[in-house]
Design a binder for this molecule. Structure first.
Ligand code: 5GP
Ligand code: MG
Ligand code: MG
Length: 190
């Protein structure tokens, strides 16, 4: 096995490359910087664990163009059967600080049904943020049907299960530099 390519056996095809992510993240950061040029600062709220890579890269990109950035993380789990989220959410890790009056941008890895996000947006609004917007690296077609206001989208992707760049299957593949479709044969193993 060649160095760094152990995962080639498990990935059907890459759909978003490292280079695609770098380019698009830079574009999104410029857009957000322009939209928030009048803000004193922007508070980025990352949703653990999937958003870690995108948060790190997006925060740095925004730092090149925009107002000062602060970083917070939340961890939530949605009660649900198997792989479908129910929209009933439990907070595993809350914000460390008050967000009243702040310009908040939720940083997400992927929006699928949007149920978790929709709950999170209501929660953040109830904590009296000045504004709450969303930037997501990936969006699946179902998210377009549910009316979750996602202001900034990196890539619209097909309804397939993807891994990499923070996204996992059974806690694996988060470290892949891009996003790829997992081979169905991998689900069969355990
Ligand atoms: P939603 O509430 O929008 O249905 O679910 C969003 C969450 O489900 C994401 O933050 C992510 O953790 C997980 N998810 C949805 N689609 C995928 C996918 O294709 N791959 C992975 N690894 N996780 C996904
Ligand atoms: Mg997420
Ligand atoms: Mg996961």
């Amino acid at each position: 096995m060649a160095e760094g390519s152990w995962y080639a056996d498990d990935i059907d095809r890459m759909i978003v490359t490292e280079e695609d992510i770098r380019t698009r993240t830079d574009e999104l950061a410029k857009q957000v910087a322009a939209d928030f040029a009048d803000s004193e600062s922007v508070l980025l709220v990352g949703v653990l664990k999937g958003a870690i890579m995108f948060m790190a890269d997006f925060a740095r990109a925004l730092g090149r163009y925009g107002p000062p950035v602060e970083v917070e993380f939340m961890a939530v789990s949605s009660y649900g059967q198997g792989t479908t989220s129910s929209g009933v959410v439990r907070i595993l890790k809350d914000l460390d600080r008050d967000i009243a009056g702040r310009s908040v941008i939720v940083v997400e890895d992927i929006v699928d049904s949007g149920l978790t996000l929709s709950w999170l947006l209501k929660y953040l609004a109830s904590r009296s943020a000045k504004s709450v917007d969303v930037v997501t690296l990936l969006r699946k077609p179902d998210a377009v049907r549910v009316q979750v206001p996602v202001r900034y989208v990196g890539f619209d992707i097909p309804s397939e299960f993807v891994v990499g760049y923070g996204l996992d299957y059974a806690e694996r593949y988060r470290e892949l530099p891009g996003v790829g479709v997992l081979k169905p044969s991998v689900y069969g193993r355990s």
